[in-house]
Design a protein around this ligand. Sequence first.
Ligand code: SF4
Ligand code: FES
Length: 358
Amino acid sequence: MTLPSPPMSLLAELTHRCPLSCPYCSNPLELERKTAELDTAGWRSVLEQAADLGVLQVHFSGGEPMSRPDLVELVSVAQKLNLYSNLITSGVLLDEPQLEALDKAGLDHIQLSFQDVTEDGAERIGGLKGAQARKIRAARLIRASGIPMTLNFVVHRENVARIPQMFALARDLGAARVEIAHTQYYGWGLKNRGALLPSREQLEASTRAVEEERAKGGLSIDYVTPDYHADRPKPCMGGWGQRFVNVTPSGRVLPCHAAEIIPDVDFPNVKNATLSEIWNASPLFNMFRGTDWMPEPCRSCERKERDWGGCRCQALALTGKAENTDPVCELSPFHGQVKQAVEESSSKGEELVYRRYR
Ligand code: SF4
Ligand code: FES
């Protein structure tokens, strides 16, 4: 049997606990409790197994990974295993001593997320009073520490007009890299699609703002557009079971952060099998790997090894079947649903539904 190539990245979701309540959260609808979380030894083993499997990078994420008191220790384990480590954080729990400890432990990169540029906008989305000031302070501390930093702004219909101010803030904070990421509608985010999906005009204006900033130079910019305005899907996670392995707080191993919605399948767990067994041989990882599972029109499409059929979780959420063609694709028989959502987005936005960790 030919084994699949090893994953490039491990997404280590250390915890689902989070002080923010963003309505576009991509974590699953059912959050995992603190009592179910893997302990330090469990995560240490995951990191060791990941390195053995050939993983090169670990992204410590959540929830808010800084809610875990053993984060520094886990970063240090990653460093000893020669894994490139990235911390994905909201920054609201970051202070100087912790940053110093993370730096000493060998943290390679921090991705700091912002909900907006204005205090009101940030509080309206994140639901945490004073969060913006704490994030700005965190950005300045990170900049002073010398740890490479990317600022991540999630944009949607409420804040998309403020992209130029986001770039100005990034320059002021000394970030070399900025990610402008339009909200994707997975997990909790799908509940708020009506409130957050931008109109086509808003999307075009945001693309112009990004192009203008790129032309100025001096800032490296990643720009993620919303699937809904595309006519072909993106290769979600670089293809199912091809580049990413995701471990949830309780040790479930998934091909993407949303895969727990896939019905009628056993979810493998690091408590019952090795990462290598799961990656190479579990039914879940082999379910949509490659192209053999594809129905028409994907099966005979010339793009099938470029986008790998798009997103299985989106196909399931919108059509009821994960094996259906991603409805973002214009060739999908379900594409009308996406078009309708876009048309409705031009009308007045709906109320936000917040998520809270209890
Ligand atoms: Fe991708 Fe399938 Fe659409 Fe072709 S038909 S572009 S493979 S989603
Ligand atoms: Fe699961 Fe796209 S989020 S395949």
